[in-house]
Write a protein that binds this ligand. Structure first.
Ligand code: BGC
Length: 707
């Protein structure tokens, strides 16, 4: 398809149509009769609907084909619609939520999850997914941390990169491949107070060194689209932010793909106070480089007028339309407007048994064991168990953003474990009954499966109080008063405060693990699988510590252990450190780290330094250890964090075995970004650290010297 030629044949109205994304029902209902209410308010009519360029959300192949068929009959040039949807952690086979997935510290699993999601979603005729969400997060009050890969820029880069590779493969035209739209550009995860959609304010240095990394990972992997964020940056809504959309995206990163607003966000710049009305918003959007407008109609209603009045050069419209048509061409839609949509394929591939098997295997890797006193876990098969809490019998394990997933096809924890244990009592709440207390007393273990409901995290679901529910805390305390062997399983989409339950024997983070959650949990409880997840978000002790994250800057007055100087940076009522730090997680095995060795103590710019450490499994169980490499730059043009993750290896170490784990340090690991987003470095001293989490590390000094 000659896109330029096609563009030349298009009327202005047809071109502007390509910039509009609307819901599928608009194509299905009879618009002649039904142009009323919000459809009319949006300025939509049959002509405009049937010139629209793309569709948001689609139920299944049947609906997609109906819409595409009807549309193609009416479109003068027969340009097909592009169908987009939020496929975030699976289509119908649901995988662990992204926050849980990142705790696997296995970016290759993200690629697998995305691959299977694409295979399933493509059968319904979906061409682009609004994933990955690469927003760096430091605030567990924000409900959307569940969709993120956590607080670290390097992990965000890696997970976003691999998700895109999984969705897109090497050619999105191929069967079972879809385009990836990374979001929300930029810095949406830094919403003030953790309140969704709230204002963001940060320095360029913070933006480039931390928040940009995930989006860049997706773009380096070839993501075809990027979605703007709801927030402002430098006081300008991201949707019309020229610095973001032109200076960074196009000029610095050379991104050639399509930009899209978030839902109604072009219109919402009026609420931000950035524009008087939709007329002005349209001009600001096209001028900033925003291509597609999702669910609002500023372009549809006003762009033609701007062009007629010469407020904007038509070349900006042409560039946007060109990018959209080019993506349709890359997807092969001009030749195959239905692409992979097929009811037969839906039946064959959606929730395919191998996909469900993979969902189980991925879920195994994502749990984080936070506490395991007296090695109470793994549990002994056949023992007496009391099972309490909402998630004892609930099968709501898919988590937010799994709109095609069906919780009722999942099994509950009770169903998953009742053949392996003698479950003597199961209840959502703890009844005040001597008979029940007796069962608790006599049990070998009491499992409390607690947390949050699906709708307590995710979009628009922020919280100021991230404590566990008082009723759950009370239940755990009561159980503890009758039996010390309490095991707590946490089902939720964000880190919550655990201060009130620290005296239980075991705490296992299970997040929302998807379609096969409780079977995966069972395997860990029984020791069939050894837990190997590590936290990608710090768990605070108190809300007042937030934001609490491992890669913070030092202050001029850092707290020094055992010093009596009180004029240092600390809280009177709580330590500076989180309850559980970034990178933390236990295993049923135990590991010991030897001495950290560097091949050289001084490094020139082009040198490669080999570092290695012996890691010994001191236990009688095989298991994974996540060996983490951190670096601190001591004196630079800008203050650098106390440590930054630069690499890691998840290694399988057999019982009593010692493995040598090596990393290579090259100059890129010593670099940071200046205010323009360019890579720079400074000569001088660096501390190289390797350890099991961000707190427990072995270190050595490295000096970077002139060539
Ligand atoms: C969300 C996006 C999502 C879009 C389309 C918005 O409200 O912020 O993440 O992709 O809706 O569903």
């Amino acid at each position: 398809m000659d896109i330029k030629h096609l563009l030349n044949q298009m009327t202005i109205e047809e071109k502007i149509g390509q910039l509009l994304q609307i819901a599928p029902f608009l194509f299905i209902q009879d618009l002649d009769v039904e142009v009323y209410g919000f459809v009319k308010d949006l300025g939509l009519n049959e002509k405009r609907v049937f010139n629209a360029g793309s569709v948001l959300g689609i139920k299944n192949a049947k609906e997609m084909m109906e819409v595409q068929n009807k549309y193609l009959k009416k479109h003068r040039l027969g340009i097909p619609l592009m169908f987009m949807a939020d496929i975030i952690h699976g289509y119908e086979t649901i995988f662990p939520v992204p926050l849980a997935l990142s705790c696997s510290w296995q970016p290759s699993l993200a690629e697998k999850v995305a691959r299977i999601s694409a295979i399933e979603a493509s059968t319904a005729g979906i061409h682009v997914t609004f994933s990955p969400m690469a927003d760096l997060v430091r605030d567990p009050r924000w409900g959307r941390v569940v969709e993120s890969f956590g607080e670290d820029p390097y992990l965000n880069y890696m997970f976003a990169y691999h998700m895109v590779k999984g969705y897109q493969g090497d050619d999105i035209k191929k069967e079972g491949h879809i385009g990836a739209c990374v979001k929300h550009f930029a810095a949406y995860g830094a919403a003030e107070g953790g309140r969704d959609y709230n204002t963001v304010d940060m320095s360029r240095s913070t933006l480039h060194n931390y928040y940009m990394s995930g989006y860049k990972g997706a773009i380096d992997a070839g993501a075809k689209m990027i979605m703007t964020a709801f927030n402002v940056l430098d006081g300008v809504p991201a949707t019309v932010n020229k610095y973001l959309l032109r200076d960074v995206l196009r000029d610095l990163w050379k991104f050639q793909g399509v930009t899209i607003s978030d839902y109604d966000s072009l219109h919402q710049i009026i609420e931000h106070g950035a524009s008087e009305n939709d007329f002005e918003a349209a001009l600001l959007g096209i001028d900033a480089g925003l291509d597609i407008e999702m669910a609002s109609t500023c372009y549809t209603n006003y762009l033609e007028k701007h062009i007629a009045q010469h407020n904007i050069d038509i070349k900006y419209l042409d560039e946007a339309v060109y990018r959209i048509l080019h993506l349709k061409e890359k997807l092969g839609l001009f030749d195959h407007p239905f692409k992979d949509a097929s009811e037969a394929k839906e039946n064959e591939l959606v929730r395919h048994e191998t996909h469900l098997e993979d969902a189980l295997n991925v879920a195994h890797e994502c749990m984080v064991l936070l506490k395991n006193e007296d090695q109470i876990l793994p549990m002994i098969k056949g023992s007496n168990v009391v099972l309490l809490g909402r998630y004892a019998t609930s099968n709501e394990t898919n988590g937010p953003w799994s709109w095609h997933g069906k919780n009722d096809l999942n099994i509950s924890l009770y169903d998953a474990i009742n053949k392996d244990f003698n479950v003597t009592y199961v209840s959502e709440t703890l009844d005040q009954d001597d008979h029940v207390f007796k069962k608790i007393k006599e049990a070998d273990y009491v499992i409390c499966a607690i947390g949050e409901k699906t709708k307590e995290s995710g979009e628009a679901h922020s919280k100021a109080d991230i404590n566990l529910k008082q009723s759950d805390i009370d239940m755990i305390h009561q159980a503890l008063s009758h039996n010390p062997n309490v095991i707590t399983l946490l089902y939720h989409g964000r880190p919550q405060l655990l201060e009130d339950i620290l005296n239980v024997k075991a705490i296992l983070e299970t997040w929302f693990l998807g379609s096969r959650a409780n079977e995966a949990i069972r395997d860990v409880l029984l020791g069939i699988k050894n837990p190997s997840g590590r936290l990608t978000m710090s768990i605070p002790r108190k809300v007042g510590q937030i934001p609490v994250y491992y890669n913070h800057l030092n202050t001029g007055r850092p707290k020094v252990e055992n010093s009596h100087n009180e004029y240092v940076s600390y809280y009177l009522d709580v330590p500076n450190e989180p309850r559980y730090p970034f990178g933390y997680g236990l295993s049923y095995a135990s590991f010991e780290y030897g001495t950290l060795k560097l091949s050289q103590e001084t490094m020139r710019i082009h040198d490669k330094i080999e570092i290695s450490i012996d890691v010994k499994n001191t236990s009688g169980r095989d298991g994974y250890e996540v060996v983490q490499l951190y670096i601190k730059d001591h004196a630079a043009a800008i203050s650098r964090p106390v440590k930054e993750l630069k690499d890691f290896k998840k290694v399988w170490i057999k019982a009593h075995e010692t493995k040598k784990v090596s990393f290579t340090i090259t100059i890129d690991k010593l670099m940071y970004k200046n205010d323009l987003g360019q890579d720079v470095y400074d000569l001088g001293t660096f501390t190289i650290m390797v350890g099991r989490d961000s707190l427990h590390v072995k270190h050595q000094t490295l000096r970077l010297v002139k060539e």
